[in-house]
Structures are given as structure tokens and as C-alpha cells.
Design a protein around this ligand. Structure first.
Ligand code: MG
Length: 161
């Protein structure tokens, strides 16, 4: 039942607001604006959790950690990753690989790409060379291009532990 690979996708959008901490993939970036949200607003981690949960056939992040629950206010999204990995373990599954795209005007990911890969690798218990992340601008189109929001899309492949 669990011996074949399983793929999942997660997508997450957050509005950008001046003065908010800019959390991406578990790392804080220096940027003029950061993602709004009930938690720390880390769109990459939210999309990554949803990709993993989806592949495992589990409930999505919003169902597991409601944004109406005061306990989740300001919560580091790394907590959600740990909870996701604990659920994955109960299913006898692990992450085999993960690929992430962040569409945003700020921050630029390239200078800290290796650090991001290592952060994601630690959070999702996978070797760093099996995790990738790239940044794309919005080409001045729509809310992302105007710098009003960021959108993360993550694909995760799971296999047996
Ligand atoms: Mg989110």
C-alpha cells in the first residue's frame, strides 16, 4: 500500500505589509515588507506542509491549524512543519524530494539559496541536495508584480520510511 511514491502540491499566498518580519522557508530576511498572517506568514513553509500533507492523504494545514485559533497567533511556521512530520511518521512515510517556487518582488532569494535549502532539509528531514527553491518576480503583473503579495508553490514526493 505504502511502497509506491506519492506526490503532493501546496500553494500559499500572503499579502505583504511594511514592517512585518519577512519569513521565508524558516529564515528571516531583511526586507522592507513581510508577509501578513495569523502565524509568522511563512508562505513557503505553509505550501510545503500542504504538499506533504496532500501527498500523505491527510487534512490540509488550514484544517489542522486554524487561523481562528488564538494558539496559532504569531506562531513560528517551523512548528507546523514539525507537526506535519510527526503525522507523516505515523503513516510510515518520509519526504524523498521537494521543489519550491516563491513568486515575489522582495526579498531576493538567490544570495541565501543554499541556506534556504538547508533550512528546508532540516525541517522536512531530507538531504539538502533533495530540496530546491527558486525565486521568481511577478514581472510587474498583478498583485505579486506590484509587490503587494507573495505566492509559494511546492511539490513534494513521498516514499516509505
Ligand atoms: Mg499561509
Amino acid at each position: 500500500m505504502n511502497d509506491l511514491p506519492r506526490i503532493g502540491i501546496g500553494i500559499d499566498v500572503h499579502r505583504l505589509a511594511p514592517g512585518r518580519d519577512c519569513m521565508v522557508g524558516g529564515i528571516r530576511f531583511d526586507a522592507p515588507a513581510g508577509p501578513e498572517g495569523h502565524s509568522d506568514g511563512d508562505a513557503v513553509l505553509h505550501a510545503a506542509c500542504d504538499a506533504v500533507l496532500g501527498a500523505a492523504g491527510l487534512d490540509d494545514l488550514g484544517t489542522l491549524f486554524s487561523d481562528r485559533d488564538p494558539a496559532n497567533r504569531g506562531r513560528p511556521s517551523a512548528d507546523f512543519c514539525r507537526a506535519t512530520m510527526a503525522l507523516l511518521q505515523t503513516r510510515g512515510l518520509r519526504v524523498l524530494s521537494m521543489d519550491c517556487v516563491l513568486e515575489t518582488e522582495v526579498p531576493k532569494l538567490k544570495p541565501r539559496r543554499q541556506e534556504l535549502r538547508e533550512s528546508l532539509a532540516t525541517l522536512f528531514e531530507v538531504p539538502a541536495d533533495r530540496v530546491n527553491i527558486k525565486g521568481k518576480t511577478g514581472e510587474k503583473v498583478d498583485a505579486i508584480g506590484r509587490g503587494e503579495a507573495m505566492r509559494a508553490t511546492v511539490v513534494a514526493l513521498l516514499g516509505p520510511r
